[in-house]
Design a protein around this ligand. Structure first.
Ligand code: ADP
Length: 286
């Protein structure tokens, strides 16, 4: 699949009414195949509006979304085709489980794609494997299962369409730490095995610091930073200035620097912090 590009992408809600609201403005981005991208920003900064343009669920008020050189909103056939290539997992997707068995829920997307029975079956099993769902659960009702299991079934339902771009809005919201970790590992494995692009909206700076190779920072409908975790988290004052947290390790490093410990600027994981402190200790500076 070719890369996705947005060109001067704008979306205005409720145009011409007293509730008119420009949610995103002038977004110019290139999202190459295979990147793991974290999207962060304050509530209301435009993250959800942005991601819903990537599979044509929302249409731009102005500007365009391109897949390769093709405008994904060119006509209804192109819009339909992009929905199978770009899979979108909403916040709390388990509320959208509605089939009577786990198997049927995961099979819903591939069935809509009008694939053969065998192909549907192989995709359901593959998606269950990626999301750690035991096949023994296939005939159970999704409604009987735990919150973490339901979330994984909902994600499997999108993965079963084998999207080349997988976009998730807060995929671990509300789960316990073990459940979060498991879903993050599942998503990394999906990306590694398939070469898919994975785009994760998250409010957890620690998660994006650990997982993403590129971070987009949204503020008031604009992308105000676009870089590696190292580039983004070496600007902690700017992040806190727009109401965002920094990773826990960055916060600790800032506090230590204020107390005179000469730590390097770009620390965003606990492993980096520990290594920096040990190297200072070894050099006999503290
Ligand atoms: P985020 O995902 O970062 O919280 P959103 O994309 O949901 O941000 O919202 C961006 C802005 O657009 C906010 O001011 C929000 O109130 C507004 N907005 C979002 N959805 C709608 C809608 N359906 N109608 C009107 N305004 C909306």
């Amino acid at each position: 699949m070719a890369e996705i590009k947005t060109e001067r992408l704008c979306h205005v809600y409720s145009v011409g009414t007293p509730f008119e609201k420009a949610a995103i403005e002038g977004i110019d981005l290139t999202l190459p195949q295979g990147q793991l991208i974290g999207v962060i920003g304050h509530t209301g900064s435009g993250k959800s509006t942005f991601i819903q343009h990537l599979n044509a669920l929302l249409q731009p008020t102005s500007g365009a979304v391109l897949c390769g050189s093709e405008d994904i909103n060119k006509d209804k056939f192109t819009r339909k085709a992009i929905r199978f290539q770009v899979g979108l997992v909403f916040q709390y997707p388990e509320y959208q489980l509605f089939e009577e068995t786990v198997y049927k829920d995961i099979a819903f997307g591939p069935t809509n794609m009008k694939l053969s029975e065998e192909e549907i079956d192989s995709r359901v099993r593959e998606a269950a494997g990626f999301t750690g769902i035991d096949e023994e659960l296939f005939e159970r009702s999704p409604l009987e299962l735990s919150g973490g299991q339901k979330r994984r079934i909902a994600i499997a339902g999108v993965i079963a369409m084998r999207p080349e771009v997988l976009v998730l809005d807060e995929p671990t919201a509300g789960l316990d730490p073990a459940g979060c970790r498991q879903i993050q590992e599942n998503l990394c494995a999906y990306r590694e095995k398939t070469g898919a692009t994975v785009i994760i909206v998250s409010h957890s700076m620690d998660d994006v610091a650990r997982l993403a190779e590129r971070i987009l920072v949204f503020d008031k409908g604009h992308v105000v930073m676009d870089g590696t975790p190292e580039e983004v988290f070496s600007r902690p004052e700017e992040l806190t200035g727009i109401g965002l947290d920094v990773p826990h390790a960055t916060e600790l490093a800032m506090a230590l620097r204020r107390r005179g410990v000469a730590l390097p600027e770009s620390i965003y994981t606990h492993e980096q912090l520990l290594a920096a402190i040990l190297s200072i200790k070894e050099a006999g500076k503290c």
